[in-house]
Design a protein around this ligand. Structure first.
Ligand SMILES: NC(=O)c1ccc[n+]([C@@H]2O[C@H](COP(=O)([O-])OP(=O)(O)OC[C@H]3O[C@@H](n4cnc5c(N)ncnc54)[C@H](OP(=O)(O)O)[C@@H]3O)[C@@H](O)[C@H]2O)c1
Length: 258
């Protein structure tokens, strides 16, 4: 059984920081060639340089693109084709949440943005990779979607973002069915992780939340990247359509009636 990612090419959207950066790092450490995708070139350059230096060999490249732009997808597909000829792993990690408030009051523009980045782009990128690489290949490929435990519960403030993540968990199942047996499609649902994306949550309520969690701390990006590595390699070779919760026990907290 091969638990390394030697000779694999992985594309990671949202790869310039946070959870995507941690996944890029562990994939590169495991032998993969990695292509980071996000919008700001300066962050991509810095992250690629940092990981290449830490691995000690140039394994990480990048393409600046907005995941909701079909031209960006085409650029990434062309880049992987010309540089490596194939892409075996797609991590859909980029997400947006431009709104905090009740779901009945959300503006149309925020609804569209959330669905466009968190759901439509995942379908578009998976479909693009399927057509460009996977459909006519005998090589096995895998797709990992970063969802959220928010997609499984009801919460204040981020309700519509959570709706998009619930959709992503189901999109994962649907694609797993349609793309089998060539492509395995799974999702990871993190709880609160210490990244820029969730800064307002962990800065304001991190200690309180950590104390309420069965495992006693909020998550770090490496808690998620280790599970992404498991889903990317042969250890999970008979898994598709699953949603792995990685949340320090948030979903199994006990309810107190006192
Ligand atoms: N942190 C948490 O507590 C938590 C919990 C559950 C789920 N998640 C999920 O985990 C994933 C990663 O989040 P994170 O916490 O690591 O966030 P983060 O640290 O803010 O990183 C987000 C990444 O996505 C990129 N990005 C954002 N919008 C993009 C777009 N339209 N096109 C291309 N790239 C885009 C960002 O770079 P640019 O800004 O340069 O584009 C950055 O690389 C997301 O799907 C999020 O929903 C996070």
């Amino acid at each position: 059984m091969d638990v390394s990612l030697n000779n694999k090419v992985a594309v990671i959207t949202g790869g310039s920081r946070g959870i995507g950066e941690a996944i890029a790092e562990i994939f590169a450490q495991s032998g993969a060639t990695v292509v980071l995708v996000s919008r700001k070139p300066e962050n991509l350059v810095a992250t690629a340089k940092r990981i290449n230096e830490s691995v000690g060999v140039k394994r990480v490249g990048w393409v600046a693109a907005n995941v909701s732009d079909p031209m960006g997808l085409e650029q990434v597909i062309s880049y992987c084709k010309s540089e490596y000829g194939f892409a075996h792993i797609l991590v859909n990690g980029a997400a947006a949440n431009p709104y905090y408030g009740s779901t009945v009051d959300i503006e149309r523009s925020a609804v569209r943005k959330i669905l466009e980045v968190n759901l439509e782009a995942v379908q578009m990128w998976t479909s693009g990779f399927w057509s460009a690489y996977w459909k006519d290949s005998t090589e096995h490929a895998t797709c990992i979607n970063i969802a959220s435990i928010g997609g499984m519960i009801v919460e204040e403030g981020i309700g519509f973002y959570n709706v998009s993540k619930a959709g992503l968990i189901h999109l994962t199942r649907q694609l797993a069915n349609e793309l089998a047996p060539r492509v395995r499609v799974n999702s990871i649902s993190p709880g609160l992780v210490r990244t820029e994306f969730a800064r307002a949550l962990w800065e304001n309520w991190g200690d309180h939340l950590a104390n309420s969690l069965p495992l006693g701390r909020i998550g770090e990006p490496s808690d998620i990247s280790k599970v992404a590595l498991f889903l990317a390699c042969d250890l999970s070779g008979w898994m598709t359509g699953t949603n792995i919760v990685v949340d320090g026990g948030a979903l199994v907290r006990s309810t107190s009636f006192s």
